[in-house]
Design a protein around this ligand. Sequence first.
Ligand code: GMT
Length: 378
Amino acid sequence: MKIGVVCYPTFGGSGVVATELGIQMAKKGHEVHFITYSQPVRLDILEENIFYHEVNVHDYPLFEYQPYELALSSKMVDTVINEDLDILHVHYAIPHAYAAYMAKKILLDEHGKYIPVVTTLHGTDITLVGKNPSYKPAVTFSINKSDVVTSVSESLRQDTLNSFDIKKPIQVIPNFIDLKLYQGEINCRRAQIAPEGQKIISHISNMRKVKRIPDIIEVFAKILKHESAVLLMIGDGPERERAEQQVRALGISDHVKFFGKTNEVRRLLCMSDLFLLTSESESFGLVALEAMAAHVPVLSTNAGGIPEVNIHGKTGFLSNVGDTAAMAENALQLLKDEDQLKVFKKNAYARAQEFCVDAIVPLYERAYEEALAQRFSQ
Ligand code: GMT
């Protein structure tokens, strides 16, 4: 199959899933063409069967906003024609599903070619941005015009059906993890980060409001009152500066390290004892799965699709959004009981195995075949 992949090429979860999926498809012998505005961060374009097509948006003094969707649709049309693509898979509805619909229409009307479109809904494209009246009609339309629609959790599927007038079935295909990346030579040196006996707690996100970053700091400050620990804040975003101020105001700067955007996520996770995720909305929580793959139990909220990943009392603990006291209490319970912590670490890894690439990637292959079959039924 020749697959065109459209995604955000940044550190965000949808871009990571799109890139990893493309890599897995290429390994299976499919030709994968990424169509994005810059090279996806986790993509090696020299790998076999991987191609990259950059979307160029030309600026003009008249434009207050650059017409990115137009450039993207045009690039999709060009790539489908020049590379003879079979299918387009767009990750994150806004504006990708809409741009794909335009490309599909142009290809059919101008070139007589039917290109099936698979749209994967990832989270905030539905739960935050998509619902906004400024986007809702276009998002609804483009989801309904996709040949196959997938969502990364049952919770997101329900949110989509509750918020939009969707006439298509939505298949749930959860996020996945390549466990091989978490085995072998990771060069995991705890002593670099924390002295013997100090616990390591981590958090990864793009530090937007929806992640409730102040809660992460609050939970950690509560833990610190009873247990010697260090907090690793991995990632960057609009809430980072406020978090740094909060850490200074609490007088705990020596115990909190901000790493920004980094490609060393697996090394940082392998030395962690616990992972914190305080989001008020989270369609799946890929970072929680990444932590579990590194044998790290997760203390999270029970928002959105997180309970579909993190099992309360087994792989970690779930608390209501904003209940930092409960989160700190659960953390301390685990940190103070080495035996229990060991069991949770084992459970976390076992749970991650259920989301391994071999189990999930074939579901996307099946979705592609289903979309292709629609081409012949037109
Ligand atoms: O906020 C993020 O974590 C990034 C965001 C994105 O849209 O790129 O991630 C969403 O997609 C991920 C991959 O499917 C999910 O694992 C995240 O839970 C989801 N984020 C939210 O729903 C807030």
